[in-house]
Design a protein. Sequence first.
Length: 526
Amino acid sequence: MAANQPTGGSYTFAVDNNANIVVHLVHAHTVKTNAAQTTDTVVYTGAHDVTPANQVVTIQWTSNTDNVTNQVVWTTDVPSTTVETPTVSGYTPDKSQVTFTNGTPVDQSQTVTYTADKQSTNIQYVDDDNNETQVGNLTELNGATNETVNWNAVIPAGYQLAVNQATSGSYAFAAGNNANIVVHLVHAHTIKNNAAQTTDTVTYTGTNGENPVDQSVTIQWTSNTDEVTNNLVWTTDVPTTTIATPTVSGYTPDKTEVSFTNKTASNDTPTDQTQEVTYTADDISYTVTPVDPNGDPIPGTNPSDETGKTGTPITTPDVPGYTAETTVPNVPGNGGNVNVIYTPNAETVTVHYVYADGSKAANDKTVTGVTDGTYSVTSPTIKGYHADQSVVSGTYGSAAGEFTITYTKDAGKQVTPTPGDQTGKPKDQNISVTKPNKNLVKQNKGVSATKQTAKKAVVQTVGQVQPSTTQVKAVTGNKAVKQTKATVLPQTDEKSTSIFALIGMAILTLLGFIGIDEKQRKQNEK
C-alpha cells in the first residue's frame, strides 16, 4: 500500500458516475543488508624495500529488490572511500590520497607509485697526519634513495692513502642524511738514502810535533721529505760516535775519549762536528850523553841526569871546547838516554918568533883546528941562531893559543949572509896544513876561535932547530888527546966538540965580532 493508503473504507455510491475507488499501491521491495561486500584497494609501488603494503577498505552493500520489477538496487553506507597515501621517507608518491566512489558493489583498485627522491653525499678527504683536517674541497656524489652508486677516490697531490683505506667503493643512498664518504690520507714522503755525509772529527794538540793524526768517522744520513709540508727530516743509523784518544808517550790528554751526538729525526741540516783533545806534557826524567859527530862519547864527559817536560828541548850540559848542535832533541816521552851531538870548537894557535932582546926574528905563524885536534908548528931556521923550541905541538884547546919562540945566537959563530939573502932574515919556508876531517869539524858561527883556550899547554923544549924546511901541521882526529907534550926534534950536524971548547972559542971571538953581529941583527930585523 502506498503511503497513507488505507487498506479499507466505505464508498457511497452516487447516482452515477461513481468514481473508482483508487487504491494506491507501491512496489513491494525486498531489502537485504550486507547483501554484498566489496573492497576499495590501493596498491603501492616504486619504493623498493620500503614500499607500503596495499591498503584495502571493505564496503558493505544493501540490496533492495523491487518485487514487481525484480529490479535490485544496491546501496552502501559508504558512498565514497578516501585512502591517504602513506609517507615513505626518501620517496614521493604520485598521489597524496586515493578516493573511491562506491556506486555499485564492485571491487575497486587504484595504484600509487612512489618515485625515489634525489639524494647526494660528498667524498671528503681528511689528513690523518694532521688530526683528520679536511684536505681540499668536498666532491659531490649524486644518486637517489636506495640507489647504490660507485665512487673512486682522486688522491690530492702530496698525499697517499692511509693504511687499509680503499681507493674505490659503492655507496647506497638512504632516504636522507647521507653521510659523507671519508677517504683517509697521509702525507707522502720522499726518502733518499745517503743523501748527505758528515764527519765527526777529533783533532789533537799540545804535543811538540807528536800530535796524533786527526781521527774522523763518516756518518751517512737519510733525508725524509714531507711532500705536503716540504718538511725535511734527517736520520742516521749512528746516533752517537765515540772515538778513543790515542796514547802519546809522555803526555796526558784532557779526554780519554770523545763522544759525538748525531742528532737524528731532526729538521737541522747535518753538519760536520769537531772536537779537540789537548795533551799536557808530563815531567820526564832522562839522561844526556854528549857525543861527537860520529856518535862516540866525548872523552872526559859523563852522562848527566835531567828532568823536563815532554817535547821541550833537552838541557845540554856545557862541554869545554865543544858546542852542542843548534837543533837539539826534545825530551822523549819515555825518558831514557838522549845522545846530544857536540861539534868541536874552532881553535887558533899563533907562534911568535923573537930574538933574545924581544925584537922580531921571523913572521908569526898561525894554524887553525878544532878542539882536541893536534897541531905541530916547526920553528923556522935562522942562520946563526937557534930556537929555544924547535917544534911547538900539542892539542887544540888544551893550552894557551899563543906561543913565543926565542932565538939565541949560536955560540962562536958569525952570521954571514948567504947569497940571495943578504939581510940575515930567514928564508921563506913552505907551510903545509892537513885539512881537518869534514865529518868531525863543524865550526859554529859566532863562536870565538879562542873561547876555550884557557888551558895551558904542556910544552917541552929539547935541542936546537935544524930542519931545512919549516912545516906547520894541524892534525885532527876523533879521539881527544889531552895534555900532549911538544915533540922534541934533535939537532942535526951537531959536532962532538966538548962544551968547554965551545965556550972558550966563543969568548975569544965574541969581542971581535960583537960590532958586526949587532949590525947584522939589525939588518935581519928589517
